[in-house]
Design a protein around this ligand. Sequence first.
Ligand code: C2E
Ligand code: MG
Ligand code: MG
Length: 704
Amino acid sequence: MTSIVQLMDSDEIAEAIAVSAMKMVGEYMGLSSAHIYITNIHDNTLMDIMAEWYAPGIVPRFDRSRDLPRYAFLSGTKLQAISSGSGVISAQWQEEMDNLGIKAMVVVPIRSSDRPAYMYACYDECDHERFWTVDEINFLSDATRIVESIIERRRYEINIAGSFESVRASLDNVGTSIYVREIRTGTLQFTNQTMIANFTSEVKYDKTEDRPLVRIFESQIPEDSDSGCIEIYNPQRDEYYELYYSHIIWMGQSPSLMCAILDITEKKKNQKKIEQLAYTDFLTGLYNRMCCERDLAKFVDSAVSEGTHGALLYLDLDDFKHINDGLGHQYGDVLLQAIAHSFTRVSGVEETCYRMGGDEFVIIIPPDSFSEMDRIVTDIKAIFNRPWFLKDADYYCTMSMGVVTFPGEGTQIQDLIKKADITMYEAKKSGKNKVAVYNSEMDSQSNKRLDMEKYMREAGRNGYEEFLVYYQPIIDIQLDGTPCVGAEALVRWDSSALGFVSPADFIPFAEYLGLIIPIGAHVLRKACETCKYWNEHGHPNYKVNVNLSVVQLVQPDIVQIVKTTLEETGIDPHNLTLEVTESLAINDMNKMKEVLAAIKALGCRIALDDFGTGYSSLNHIRELPIDVIKVDQSFVRELASDSYSQAFVRYISQLASIIDMSICVEGIETAQQFDVLADMDVRMVQGFYFDRPLPQEQFEEKYL
Ligand code: C2E
Ligand code: MG
Ligand code: MG
């Protein structure tokens, strides 16, 4: 029995083991022969022989092993022991035994675990009569059970081996790289052809210290995860993979890890392209708001973790709407594209320029470039110092910029963007074409602005009576006697809630809100009424200058408003001068010419205000129907000391007289400044040296 049990360790195939077992049992029991028959499951009249053994001297019974006529005694599911002359068997059985010369036999069915018995072990005694003892029968039964289990296991293993081959063959032919590693020993149990082809050296060097497969793939597998799929980037090869991993019992033997690696680099790259599209602003090719928020989060994180700094610049073009309205959208688009392109050429921020929509841009100064922030801001400003050639002429466009740094002023993306936006608005409010740097007061200023809007609208409900008109005398220095020839009307807001607000503080905001339109109309009416009063009270030639905002001028009904005001106040149109600023004249040339010509046709005069600070070329002076050029205060400030300012004023005054315009110099504060003007061809001046803007009564007390 021990010998039979040892057959379990045999490497032989089931048939060979069965033969050995039959031999052992036969010899031990002193039998004549022992067989294992297999009945044919498809045709139950046939049988095969799996194993046969004959004692020396016994003639083998069969000349072949397959498709033999089946013995009648190969039936039943119980052991049958036939001792000599037992007489309990069928006639057919007896006949078969007689034909075979069998004197006694034991038939033991061999059960297969998953189907009815169809194998039988037959132990024969042909030499002499034999009577089986219980011990003998038990031994044969036990021996057969052992053989049975060996055969069954062998068959199973053979099946496995067969399926292993087919698994290997099919796995070899798939495009996915697959390998199996035994967990206990760490050895590679299987690598398919695709794996070997794609990861030749990784497989080859698997046993080295580097363990490339572990490094690239297995180390990324989350602990405690039995199976799943993860994405892996391999920087050495710049490749992306999907790794499907699963803990399995490989070929029924040992716990192993199976890895299937799908190269998704191509897919990833396409995905990136699509992402790129989603992150790109279609018009300018810059990145868009979504991308800005994503990148900003990244930069803020790295600034926080590395203790560095970065900055967010929020830019908004000044008066872009007028270019769009004046030239048409296609030229507005060209301008946006040209500006966007210029941004990407500023060194240090080439990759971090974004269009947030409309005429708003964000530029992030990443921590790497932060030390160069001043230079970068200067470079960006310089972009707007030169004109853009659009349609058929040069156009200037300025921008207002808000600067906020991180992480100092915030780590929340939306918060930072909002702060930069508020700061940009501060820049815009302080007169456009400016850069403002965020400070914590700006939040409260932003709140103040909300208050201001509320009170401004409230003032509107009371007919704008809170908006007072002050008058600053305009002096003709070539006249003797009382040289006042009129006044510039300057608005003041005497707010019941906010106190006295200067125009510099509320006009840009009123422009932004569009409230400058009713406020401006109110000032125009008041000024015309006042001037009419002066004209009727001894000064028929006193003139009044009224400032018109860009926003008012682009209103389609501006000419009608001026006309109605002239009619209703009864002022002599020749005594009304409307002051417009240069920035407007440049951006909207054709429309401007048209509007100004129509206003002039009403009999009014036009003054070009703040000359020298804007961006108009002298060409514009010639093209526009202008009567008066108002030289900006900034030239006067330096007039006593700076020869350039002197030359500029002299040149403009000469030019003006040649083309039959007059010139008015603003902001004279000192006698020295006034003296310099004396030998120039300047007639009209304005300034604190003569008088400040005065309330109507004070002006009239003095000049009426
Ligand atoms: P502006 O049209 O150039 O007006 C001249 C500004 O210079 C006035 O400031 C005036 O007070 C100031 N000024 C006059 N002489 C001197 C001087 O000798 N030294 C100095 N430092 N300043 C002098 P204000 O009244 O604060 O107005 C500022 C700006 O607000 C004006 O500049 C004008 O652009 C705008 N503004 C004022 N009133 C109105 C208005 O009714 N409508 C519109 N649209 N804008 C207005
Ligand atoms: Mg003015
Ligand atoms: Mg001015």
